[in-house]
Design a protein around this ligand. Sequence first.
Ligand SMILES: Nc1ncnc2c1ncn2[C@@H]1O[C@H](COP(=O)(O)OP(=O)(O)O)[C@@H](O)[C@H]1O
Ligand SMILES: [Mg+2]
Length: 373
Amino acid sequence: MKVVLQDLVKRFADSDRAAVNKINLVIEEGELAVLLGPSGCGKTTTLRMIAGLEQPDSGRITIAERDITDLAPKDRRVAMVFQNFSMYPTMNVYDNIAFPLHAVKMKRGEIDRTVREVAALVNIDHLLSRSVRQVSGGEAQRVALARAMVRRPEVFLMDEPLSNLDAKLRVQLRTEIKRLHQDTGTTFIFVTHDQEEAMTLGDKIIVMNNGDIQQVGSPHEVFFAPRNAFVANFVGTPSMNMLHGAVKSADNGGYRIQLPGFELVLPARFHDGLARMAGSRVIWGIRPEAIRLVAETGENTISGEVELVEALGSRDLIFVRAAEQLFGIIVDAQESLAVGATCRLHFAGGQMHLFDAESERSLGNILPPSVPP
Ligand SMILES: Nc1ncnc2c1ncn2[C@@H]1O[C@H](COP(=O)(O)OP(=O)(O)O)[C@@H](O)[C@H]1O
Ligand SMILES: [Mg+2]
């Protein structure tokens, strides 16, 4: 079901700043939305308000056009899974999943059908008679998912449900959650601080910081067209290379940017943004995968020396000292360089990001591949 948050505010008594600071958000029916942001930015508080476990100071929450702000958690038809899930240790898997159905007095035959259906959805149908003490971490988290799904919630809330699992299992369960979402068509709201998890899971990513929504967009949009320097820095790993600089008008009517130790020509894409900008202080950025190693000197090209190499598998992350700055660059492992090697870095205009240093807002974006030019 469609979920709408309207001017939602939550302030905890012992804090001078709001945990959630008047946020507005629309999550469409059947969407898999991911709340992404650093620890303490207000993700859990937002989710708990939707679940009814926390009462907002002001603002409204509607699910399928029904105002649920003042409803008890049990009347909201939402389910929530936490990072630290708990189970009834004396019961087997089947009874753990069935428990919420007994509580609402469902008939035995229907309970049995529902439990088996949901267990099959998360691939634990073979574990139903097992004691929950005898299941692995990944299986336990599947039981928790099944127990939350069993009441057929209209909205399924998940608060970092994979964070306690080891890396391989996390990736595997991530795929299963995506499949569960496709199979059920239920609205999912998934919380994580892990940008890679957010990118791989989400239809829509909501980037939060300090209780505010920074950007709402597809994974491509938040990666290629970050609205501000925070999103640019938070999304993408390794992080975007960013430097403070000053913009100067060039003779040909364009702009150049003075960065510490070198100067670049800015592409026309930024001209409008720069013309509207009062100051000339900006933050310039380019992603590690967008810097190219070239043989020739030329415009927007500087030379440097490799200082550090990190193997990532098929690719390497190399750190190059150039113009006294350190740049992270992703290269194919076959084309990688050794520590001490000299090289030339080319910053293509089409790959540059630029932000107003004061407001940190983007001054012109790279178009995400999904958006036609
Ligand atoms: N019960 C609480 N009492 C007081 N402060 C809280 C409480 N829960 C969360 N906070 C504060 O609210 C802010 C947002 O917390 P939270 O929503 O848990 O963030 P996140 O889930 O993004 O890590 C943090 O500054 C946190 O310390
Ligand atoms: Mg949290």
